[in-house]
Design a protein around this ligand. Sequence first.
Ligand code: HEM
Length: 150
Amino acid sequence: MITGFLHMHSALRWVALVLLVLVVAKALGGRSGNKPFTEGQKKLGLFTMIALHLQLVLGLLLYMMRGWIGMLGQEGTMSNSYTRFFAVEHITIMLVAIVLGTLGHSLSKRASGDQAKYKKQALFFGLCLLLVLAGIPWPFREGFEQVGWF
Ligand code: HEM
C-alpha cells in the first residue's frame, strides 16, 4: 500500500504541475488581454487546488507511514542531505506552496472585478508553482538520482 501511495504521489506531481502552468499562463493571458474572467478559469483554479490538496493528503500519509516523522530530532537526520530533505525541507516548502495555491483560488473567488481575479490567480498560483518546482526531489538533483520521474 505504501508503494502505491508513493507512486500516486509521484505521478500526481505532473497533474499538479500541468494545472499550475495552465492556470498561471491563462491568468496572465486574461489579464494582459483584458479578457472577462470565465467560469472555466474559475474551475481550472479549483481543480489545481484539489490536485494540491490530494498531494497534501498523500504526502502526510507517506510522511507518517515511511517513518519520516520519527526521523525528526534523531541524531544525523539534519547532517544528511537526503534525510533532511524529506524530514524537513520537502514538507515545509510544499506546505507553504499549498497554502499559496489555496489562497490563489479563494482570494480570486472573492476578488471583485475580472482583472482582480486574474491578478490573484497569477500571483498566488505563480508563487506556488515556483515553490513546487523547487521542492520536488528531481532525479537530476545530486543525491536524488534514485527517485523516479513518474
Ligand atoms: C504539490 C505538492 C507536492 C509534490 C509535487 C510532491 C512531489 C513528490 C515527489 C515527486 C516525491 C518522490 C516520489 C518518489 O520517490 O518516487 C515525493 C515524495 C514524498 N513527499 Fe511529496 N510532494 C508534494 C507535497 C508533499 C507534502 C505536502 C508532503 C508532506 C506533508 C509530502 C511528503 C512526501 C514524502 C513523505 C515523500 C516520500 C519520501 C520517501 O519516503 O521516499 N509531499 N513528493
